[in-house]
Write a protein that binds this ligand. Sequence first.
Ligand SMILES: Nc1ncnc2c1ncn2[C@@H]1O[C@H](COP(=O)(O)OP(=O)(O)O)[C@@H](O)[C@H]1O
Ligand SMILES: [Mg+2]
Length: 394
Amino acid sequence: MTGPGVSGARMQGAAPAGGGLGRPISMEGVSRRYGEVVAVDRLDLQIASGELVTLLGPSGSGKTTTLMMVAGFTLPSAGHIRIGDRDVTHVPTHRRDIGVVFQQYALFPHMSVAENVAFPLRMRGIGRAERDDRVARALDLVEMSRFAARYPTELSGGQQQRVAFARAIVFDPPVLLLDEPLGALDKKLREALQIEIKALHARLGLTMVYVTHDQAEALAISDRVVVMNEGRLEQAGPPAELYEAPTSRFVADFIGEANFIRGEVASTEGARVRLGARGGARLEALAAPGLATPPAVGETAELMIRPERMRVAGIALGDGAVPPNTLIGHIEDRSYIGEATRLTVRIRDDLSVTLRYSNTRAAATGVAPGARIAVAWDAEDALVFPASSRATGA
Ligand SMILES: Nc1ncnc2c1ncn2[C@@H]1O[C@H](COP(=O)(O)OP(=O)(O)O)[C@@H](O)[C@H]1O
Ligand SMILES: [Mg+2]
């Protein structure tokens, strides 16, 4: 069973070596209430067999609740969940055949690494010889064979998570659920394990649902990212699509960095929108994709432009007319951040923009704090959204 809109969603090169073990997951109209709180609100989500999908959203957006419902630890208040061709909405966890790596699902402290990994096999009544064989393979997969006899307290955080991963996959589940599994680890280790998880996913071919509030992590590991906001699905798509073509201000703001500049729609021409901003600036951009109502002349709207798509413009800062998509201001801050430099440019009291350039040898130099500069961008790199009440004035 494959749901609508999922064909082709799989990452290229992610074809399973293990022969297509994964099962599709389908959620239809799934809600979960806690009294007055709607933790998950009519979620429709189709996950393809073998896909690695990330649920991404701020704290409290319903990610864990969604995962708990797929796992069977929490029952939906409404809706249906299917795994493979079975409706599992009311099937208990132990009969769903899924592996879980949850933060609160720590390793058993009184069991060795090997005993921890063997546990799900013992629960399933698998005999000694096969158990030993599978435990060895699972530990080998996460490069923890040398630590089989150790106890959890004798392992680092990263090693513990590797063992938790081995324990979750040792019985070859077609579905693996992970809730912020790297949350407690430092950045370098997290990034290394992200690459390992991706590689393991590609090798095992199972369906993975991964929860994180870290947008960089979601972009790095996923075939597809599902952005959640207040229990609802805000947007779902491959990482590049969410970053390049957000369909809402929320997604544009949550994923990556973004500048928002308010203006009034002066004219439209197909997807192209011209805005007039305070101070006489003329802005031009493309209407954000998938808007319910495209920006109309006379309305207030917001232009979104990413810091790396802005540049220091080499124009004369005289009294002449300023070209479109150009703002003039003072450098308020210049931060050297290693691979890049970030400039904060104060345009007016109520508007500053951030721009970023790579520190290649040809990178802009001689832009010192206090200097008056022009910043510019291409219309094709900017998107227009309906104005929100949170917007900075322009
Ligand atoms: N067991 C519970 N009892 C009451 N409210 C809950 C419970 N679990 C979650 N919630 C509420 O549901 C919302 C979503 O929570 P959660 O799914 O944990 O979000 P996330 O994982 O995205 O941070 C929050 O408002 C949270 O307070
Ligand atoms: Mg959570």
